[in-house]
Design a protein around this ligand. Sequence first.
Ligand SMILES: C[S@@+](CC[C@H](N)C(=O)[O-])C[C@H]1O[C@@H](n2cnc3c(N)ncnc32)[C@H](O)[C@@H]1O
Length: 240
Amino acid sequence: MTQRDQYKGAYFTPSGGLVWHWRALWRRRHWMDFIDAVAAELQQWHPPQKKLLLLGPSAGWCLPTDFLIRFNEINAVDLDPLAERIFRFNHGRALNRAGTKLTFELENIFTSFDALLDRFPDHAILFPNMLGQHIYHIDDTDQARIEIESVKTKLATRHWASIHDRLSGKIQSGAALPTPFTTREALTAQILAEQLKLSGEWIDHQTTHVLPDGVERRLVGWRLLDTWMHVVEIAQVAPR
Ligand SMILES: C[S@@+](CC[C@H](N)C(=O)[O-])C[C@H]1O[C@@H](n2cnc3c(N)ncnc32)[C@H](O)[C@@H]1O
């Protein structure tokens, strides 16, 4: 896989960094429906492994501590040099109490993916909202899509789960979010937007086919900003 590493260790990136932490600090209290939806899905994920490879967790603003403490060991990887310190602030005490060992490393997941899988063969894997961000890190959208879709092949023998953006775009302040729904279909961006009755321009995060065919997925709206919504897909995958 190819990708520039210009964002490794950077404080400002299109997918995280200071802007994300700032937003989370100020808006997290408005995200509770989304955070609850993530927690409900993760509560139903029971991989047999007691170790977790956490790929792109930032500071875990939207991740439930109760889920994290189910593991004996968590190995996290992110580009963001601030992620570890704030993640420990958010979850560290509970992890310590539960005896969950946490390590963090500063790495580009897409350039080191194969090596990470080799280094952590006994881990379940969670992408907590990073795969859909890849379109912001690489200029060529087709290349981004190919790299995103390649993940499922590389993970064919692993237990993994992903929370990823499907669409994002402008909504009116105060407008109701679409009702969450579950499907086994890989709805194209256009069909998904039609089904959710979204009008206007929507960014396609190129994650239509990130999951293996037929896997059940939950689609939920997330009001990131007062007038900006993400349609997020959440799914768990077992080896086939
Ligand atoms: C939207 S944030 C995740 C938010 C997280 N779920 C939370 O609860 O705070 C996306 C994270 O993925 C990381 N990321 C994106 N692309 C990455 C890559 N190629 N390698 C490593 N980390 C990456 C970003 O640095 C950022 O911290």
